[in-house]
Design a protein around this ligand. Sequence first.
Ligand code: PHE
Length: 538
Amino acid sequence: MAQPQSGSGTSRRTFLRSVGVTGGAGAMFATMGALGLAPTAAYAAEKEAPFQPPRRGDFTLQGRTGKPAEVVVIGAGIAGLTSAYELGKAGYDCTVLEARDRVGGRNLTVRGGDTLTDINGVRQTAGFSKGQYMNAGPARLAQWMVTLDYCRELGVPIEVFTNSNASAFIYNPGTGMTAPVRYRTAKADVYGYVSELLAKATNAGALDGELTADDKERLLTFLKSYGSLGADHTYTGTEHRGFTVDPGASGTPGTELGDVPTLSEVFASNVGRSFSFEFGYDQAMLMFQPVGGMDRIPGAFARAIGEERIRTGAPVTDIRNTGDGVVVTYTQHGRTRTVKADYCIATLAPHILAKTSHNLGSAVQTALLAVRPSYASKIGLEYKSRWWERDFRIFGGITETDMDLDHIWYPSYGHLGDRGVIIGYYNTGAHSEVYSALTPAQRLERAVAQGVAIHGEKYRTELAASFSHQWKLAPYLEGAWHSMPGGPDAPAYAPLNQAQGNVYFAGDYLSYLDAWQHGAITSARKVVTELHRRVLAA
Ligand code: PHE
């Protein structure tokens, strides 16, 4: 086992200087802060500083040679892969142990021929045809997320993921709606009536306490265009709602969609329920996906790390801090093995780690148990034809419903092709639980019956293959994301936000972006930075 090598006779001052040289002033201030030498404000500011990957030069500048340290990473999900990849840049000797037979963790793309067995023994093999796939886990990336930096660095091409589409539907039969409406129509009606009401209130003087005469004029001008109001500031429908016959050549101006619902009908249908979704910092268009499947990301990570460093089919059975390192026990091919290393980065799901034997102490165990898994699921439906494009003119995007399928996603790849995979349900919480209790055949039937209510019989007759995936039932994961009251910095989770002996914890749950790869990556980078500083200081 390699020992972290301390440069001969490194004094605190030469150490600080070397941190300053290699990590920049920010890293030096942080180190000083950690040693109690600088105001903590400097330390706080430094936490927000851009991530500095560990570099071989960090050691050679200190006159050190050899491998910096051995690190065993538990879990080849995005947090584990990021950890091994970044530490590898400085020459750390990393071994990644992955319980499942593939890397990626919840980043899972299902293609034709893939077989998965749930914890209840139910086995499914995907019958998707060549080139067709479903992203069962993460499926969209916001432009600001660091995940895209790794796509650039690892050479993973990306394409637009269509997260909102004016042509997709909203259907809330629970409110008494009898037919789906297009997003564009629902928006025209909601914005139209809200604008009309606000204009009326403004004109009636109800807002005189808030608005100057100029404000009122400007507001009315805005409302007229935003809500497409008439000269008298009433909403009577507009071409924003859409057409039943599209405009074309001269002589064919098109036919606007008629039957404008009343204001009460619009609000009773609750079609505005999900409008704010697309304002979310994490959900606003444009969004992106890797070309060919989300698992292109873990695939590229694994190649960059070196496949020989990653042991799959290797569930961990014990994690032990020793005086000078860690010993991790796992099984592979029916045999029990151990890895000794200087440090461990544990990226298992917290509720799985809590079920694993360890000597990390009761404070850690209590913190792990305070994180509860929450659930989500998806079904992929492959169709023989892209009837949603031909018949409904929907090219990507999401239909929102109040049925228990929650959301239907139209594929953002393969447009105008022959076949395509729709996500027939993407549901969470109680709705996901309903489907987890069903057999795959029952899930399919339930999802298709609901889809038929929106799209008609082709939703059934054009179906070619399906695959349903419930994260609750996925081995070694048993959850989609986490419920953490108070967020990751709440006192209950403090033991997980710091090293326990030689063991560090990383994962999306220890970030402000739970349920995002960005969260897993930033958590891993934090731990990599801490571990690297510790090794440099040793
Ligand atoms: N990241 C997941 C998704 O985009 C889960 C999530 C949904 C997170 C909505 C935040 C908001 O589907």
